[in-house]
Ligand binder design. Structure first.
Ligand code: FES
Length: 88
């Protein structure tokens, strides 16, 4: 996963099936998770810049939170391949 944070890129490894949030936390990326990764707070929201087809499909929590289009919740989105996401 390549994270874009305030214009700076940082690429980290994620295990297949790991969430964007789990990979961020494991690698010291400052993705917030006020609700503890349960899909209720939006602090882990990110924007997919590349590789949307390598992510799990949006789930019910994301739909309930109104996350649409290139927006995803890092805690609900699993990674299957190379992606680039930008943090807010
Ligand atoms: Fe709260 Fe993802 S950590 S919605």
């Amino acid at each position: 996963i390549t994270f874009i944070i305030k214009g700076q890129e940082k690429t980290v490894d994620a295990d297949p099936g790991q969430t964007v949030l789990e990979a961020a936390q494991k690698n010291g990326i400052p993705m917030e998770s006020a609700c503890g990764g349960n899909g209720f707070c939006l602090t882990c929201k990110c924007h997919v810049r590349k590789g949307a087809d390598q992510l799990s499909a949006p789930n019910e929590r994301e739909e309930a939170m109104g996350v649409t289009g290139e927006e995803r919740l890092g805690c609900q989105t699993k990674v299957n391949g190379d992606v680039t996401v930008e943090l807010e």
